[in-house]
Ligand binder design. Structure first.
Ligand code: SF4
Ligand code: SF4
Length: 298
């Protein structure tokens, strides 16, 4: 009875959204090759061929940009496109002669570069986009912004995105606090926002807006104790690891510190090496200041 009813609960079934050539040849691919940076040729056992053309995006897109991309997908990609987990957008082209026009049109209309691929079979590696977290645009606990830093880093590394110039696979990620939504611990190079001071309870705000037991229970290190006599919360600063969980539960526990918050850079996670087990990152540098004198926008 409800089979055809469309709702916005949960994601749609993914196979309904596949390009017809991918749907028809699902699981039956003969080989693929990267014919040039940003363009992957996939050949199916049936003989079907499809070209995946990849572009870097800034991840946070206006609805106007998304509409431009959808228009381009209608023109070149039979109305299909997809975003990768590293914030690249991909189009699907069945006519090889249209690839150059597609790349030109994407660059003219939205300014996104074609690239982000690698071909291990040829020993050619490019840099994919940086996966990153919400930053000040959305989340409440960031120690640093996300998109601005990613833009600055990718501006420096642009030549590695649009070409295969790296000697090995390299993945870069950014997380704006130690909760590390971006799985940065498993990237080759990681930028992590670090708070360096414990929360300072605002007794008045705690009394007005917070549930004390659930806030105390949210601390993973047991650094919080209820002070029921004064209807507030006390922090054992020796036990605090500055994770910000208590601020998630209670806006009366802010831990932003414009003077001391900053970024750490970690390297060596997910070693791309066949002869040893994957490893998590090691700290390389700690203490980049982000100079947000007024603190993040709350
Ligand atoms: S890493 Fe931290 S601040 Fe960034 S989105 Fe995740 S929880 Fe929020
Ligand atoms: S910042 Fe994290 S470790 Fe520190 S008191 Fe809050 S929840 Fe506990």
């Amino acid at each position: 009875m409800f089979g055809d009813v469309k709702t916005d609960f949960g994601p749609p079934y993914f196979r309904d959204l596949l390009h017809p050539v991918i749907k028809n040849n699902y699981g039956k691919w003969k080989y693929h090759e990267v014919v040039r940076p940003g363009v992957i040729k996939r050949v199916a056992e049936s003989g079907d061929v499809i070209y995946v053309v990849r572009f870097g995006t800034p991840r946070l897109l206006s609805i106007y940009t998304v509409r431009e991309l959808c228009d381009i997908a209608d023109k070149y990609s039979d109305g299909y496109l997809r975003w990768t987990s590293r914030n690249n957008v991909e189009f699907f082209v069945t006519d090889e002669s249209k690839i150059d026009d597609l790349i030109k049109e994407v660059q003219e209309r939205v300014g996104f570069p074609c690239g982000g691929t690698w071909d291990a079979s040829k020993g050619e590696y490019g840099l994919s986009n940086i996966v990153h977290t919400q930053g000040w645009i959305h989340c409440h606990t960031p120690a640093i912004d996300a998109s601005g830093i990613v833009k600055a880093v990718m501006d420096e590394l642009y030549e590695y995105f649009v070409d295969h110039k790296l000697p090995a696979l390299c993945r870069i990620s950014l997380a704006c606090c130690a909760n590390m939504c971006g799985a940065v611990h498993a990237s080759d190079i990681a930028i992590v926002g670090i708070h360096r001071t414990p929360p300072i309870p605002n007794d008045d705000a705690i009394r007005k807006t917070c549930e004390i037991p659930s806030t105390v229970a949210a601390c993973p290190t047991g650094a919080l104790k209820p002070d029921m006599k004064n209807k507030t919360i006390k922090v054992d600063v020796e036990k605090c690891m500055y994770c910000g969980n208590c601020y998630t539960m209670c806006p009366g526990m802010p831990l932003f510190d414009p003077e001391n918050d900053g970024a750490a850079i970690m390297v060596g996670g997910k070693l791309s090496e066949a002869r040893r087990m994957p490893e998590l990152s090691k700290l390389w540098f700690h203490g980049c200041q982000t100079n947000h004198q007024d603190g993040p926008p709350l």
